[in-house]
Design a protein around this ligand. Structure first.
Ligand code: PLP
Length: 446
């Protein structure tokens, strides 16, 4: 199946809108993840809207949507309870007050009840902000300056962490001890002096750094499941070892649960794996599609925010829309059996895709947990970023993506992104997806 003979003629209006947009918006889009260079060639689809598990483009094509806004739409598009709560709040109450509302503590109590390690929680607007605050707080708490982070992860676009997801790994130091590589120009010189970059899933590399430089290290910052280099699961015992070692060296363990939070269960990855970090950050899944994020953790550390030692400010933090949306989203997600059903539908998809690749004889496998997964086109297992760069066939992924899109299944064209499943996806959508996958796999195997 040829993309240009199938998809392009059906998306002419997207093409025209992209031309117009590119004249006034750099790259025609408002995020690099939607840009041509991120994989949306020849142009991104322009969307009219979505309902539940489905997205519609401006040419009237409908897609089963596994892009899901890159994660926030865990309840599907326009979840009625969240939409109603937001509309009701802004119609009757307002949006921004620069004073607290009763609902903020209600929300904090829900987050604390859901997430095992969180004793207190502060809201902000985006995952980027929450990570920035978490690292600042860890530095203030430990009075140390260095942050350990892992090659291939993404923690938002702030200068301090926008590093080390660089395709030219031959320029990025040895496997065991990568050196920081900026994600691009424009970052201030010297920021990297406060970063120690390690390979993920390698407890020995972390042990070595902690043994030699533990007293300089404020925090170990990690996604508990690597979701920004496709999907890579922690190897058995790895998170336990990280928890143990950081505790022994007085290093704050920060879990970036922006993707895993409220997705792998109400308690996020930490609930699923039973590993308790000192600080955690949440965003996407928390707000049911509205911009809201949170930083939570041990009371002893959050005390530095309470007494004003560390400032967490922001005109729009805990605005009425964010709080109403998150309260409603968490109520929905707390419903009986919600995650069991989400896992069941997701497992059906993951298992089905795996069988299809096997039957087609394709060098591909599916990695994931619950409603989070990615397909790797690789003959080798992938445990960290360099494995992905060396072994994953990104060109084949692109052909797979084009085939699936042509058959009405939408996900991000980048092999390092994920497929997300929402509570609005059912077995019917999964069956349609698997049928598209059967046909696409047959095309790829030819
Ligand atoms: N952390 C992780 C793990 C993420 O995946 C992202 C965004 O994709 C962020 C942080 C940044 O979140 P935001 O885009 O809300 O700033």
């Amino acid at each position: 199946m040829n993309y240009f003979s199938t998809v392009t003629p059906r998306t002419a209006r997207s093409a025209a809108l992209f031309d117009t947009a590119a004249r006034v918006i750099p790259g025609g889009v408002n995020s690099t993840a939607r840009a041509q260079w991120a994989g949306w060639t020849p142009y991104p689809l322009f969307v009219t809207g979505g309902t539940g598990a489905w997205l519609q483009d401006v040419d009237g094509n409908r897609y089963v949507d596994y892009l899901l806004g890159l994660g926030p739409m865990i309840l599907g598009h326009r979840p009625p309870a969240v939409t109603d709560a937001v509309v009701e709040f802004i119609r009757n109450r307002g949006t921004v007050f620069a004073l607290p509302t009763e609902e903020e503590a209600v929300l904090a109590e829900k987050i604390i009840a859901a997430v095992p390690s969180v004793e207190q929680v502060r809201l902000c607007n985006t995952g980027t902000e929450a990570v920035l605050y978490a690292t600042r707080l860890a530095r203030a708490f430990t009075r140390r300056s260095k942050i350990v982070r892992f090659e291939g992860m993404y923690h938002g676009f702030s200068d301090a962490v926008y590093w080390s997801k660089h395709p030219r790994i031959d320029e990025a130091g040895p496997d065991h001890r990568p050196r920081p590589v900026a994600q691009g120009p424009g970052l201030p010189k010297g920021v990297e002096d406060n970063l120690i970059i390690l390979p993920w899933n390698d407890a020995e590399a972390l042990a070595e750094v902690l043994a030699t430089r533990g007293d300089e290290i404020a925090a170990v910052l990690m996604e508990p499941v690597m979701c920004n280099t496709g999907c890579i699961l922690p190897q058995a015992g790895y998170l336990e070892a990280v928890r143990d070692m950081t505790g022994r060296h007085g290093v704050v363990l920060i879990f970036d649960e922006v993707i895993t939070g409220f997705r792998l269960g109400l308690g996020g990855a930490q609930g699923r794996f039973g590993i308790l970090p000192d600080l955690s950050v949440f965003a996407k899944g928390l707000g049911g599609g509205f911009p809201v994020a949170a930083l939570g953790g041990r009371r002893e550390i959050m005390a530095l925010v309470a007494d004003g030692t560390v400032s967490m400010a922001g005109t729009y933090t805990a605005n009425g829309i964010a709080v109403a949306a998150a309260n409603a989203a968490l109520d929905e997600l707390s419903g009986a059996g919600v995650y069991d059903r989400l896992d069941e539908v997701s497992d059906r998809l993951r298992g089905g895709l795996g069988r299809i690749f096997e039957q087609a004889g394709l060098p591909a496998f599916v990695v994931g947990l619950g409603p989070l997964m990615q397909v790797w086109f690789s003959r080798e297992p992938i445990a960290n970023y360099r494995d992905a760069v060396r072994n994953a066939d990104q060109a084949l992924f692109r052909v797979w993506w084009e085939n699936m899109l042509a058959r009405g299944v939408l996900f991000h064209p980048g092999a390092y992104e994920n497929l997300f499943v929402s509570t609005a996806h059912g077995l019917d959508e999964v069956e349609l997806t698997l049928q598209a996958a059967r046909e696409s796999a047959a095309d790829l195997a030819r």
